[in-house]
Design a binder for this molecule. Structure first.
Ligand code: AMP
Length: 222
């Protein structure tokens, strides 16, 4: 099953992908995580990527596509994967369609205030990228990841200037993809207006029902 997770930065794609990957036993590929790993290497490419990410801009399609192709060619992706943060524009969509057959596109939607609140309080694990929140989804022990015990940090691009730019880039370049996937009959709306636990249960149930052949489509989640 090859799922795409679409939606504004901060809407919760990573959080739900981490849940679903366990249930489906397929990897969660976050293109943001791939880029952060490269930028940590402090190579010329890594530094270039860091600068772009800090500004909240998109990394070039050329760099992104090369990294993605390499990742999905790995053995663990044979059964499928959850792609979070890709595609971000039409060039990436067209390229992806030549590489894989997309099963469904889950489009996560929330109000702008919810998104800003989530981004400003988001804490991410340095090791396994599990996501927490300063007030909402708090870790059991302050500053420490529940899943692997490593340190939590606030992403450098979760600062107000970069967030503003990332939301603008999303509206201009990525949001138009919603209509594109709707027309292709691949879109599943996920409306985030309930606690994480309720949305999580619904996603799991609906995806399982689809996989077990109880439904021929994953219906709207809200
Ligand atoms: P994310 O972790 O998905 O919020 O992504 C963080 C940053 O990584 C974005 O603001 C972009 O700078 C970059 N990025 C992630 N995915 C892509 C992509 N598919 N194309 C271009 N840049 C990306």
């Amino acid at each position: 099953m090859k799922l795409l997770f679409l939606g504004s930065p901060g809407v919760g794609k990573g959080t739900y992908a981490q849940v679903l990957k366990e249930v489906l036993n397929i990897p969660h590929i976050s293109t943001g995580d791939l880029l952060r790993a490269e930028s940590k290497k402090n190579s010329p490419l890594g530094r270039k990527i860091s600068d772009i990410m800090l500004k909240g801009d998109l990394v070039s399609d050329e760099i992104m596509l090369e990294m993605l192709e390499e990742r999905i060619a790995e053995k663990d992706c044979k059964k499928g994967f959850i792609l979070d943060g890709f595609p971000r524009n039409l060039v990436q969509v067209n390229h992806l369609k030549n590489l894989i057959e997309i099963s469904h596109v889950l489009n996560f939607k929330a109000d702008d205030e919810v998104i800003i609140e989530r981004l400003s309080g988001r804490l991410t694990c340095k090791k396994c990228s599990t996501i927490f929140h300063k007030t909402g989804n708090k870790p059991k022990k302050e500053g420490v990841c529940d899943a692997c015990g490593h340190e939590l940090y606030q992403r450098k691009d979760d600062t107000s200037e970069a967030v503003k730019k990332r939301l603008e880039v999303y509206k201009e370049k990525t949001k138009p993809l919603i209509d594109y996937f709707k027309n292709e009959g691949l879109l599943v709306e996920v409306i985030i207006n309930k606690p994480i636990s309720e949305i999580r249960e619904q996603i799991i149930t609906k995806v399982k029902d689809y996989l077990e052949g109880k439904t021929d489509k994953i219906g709207e989640i809200k």
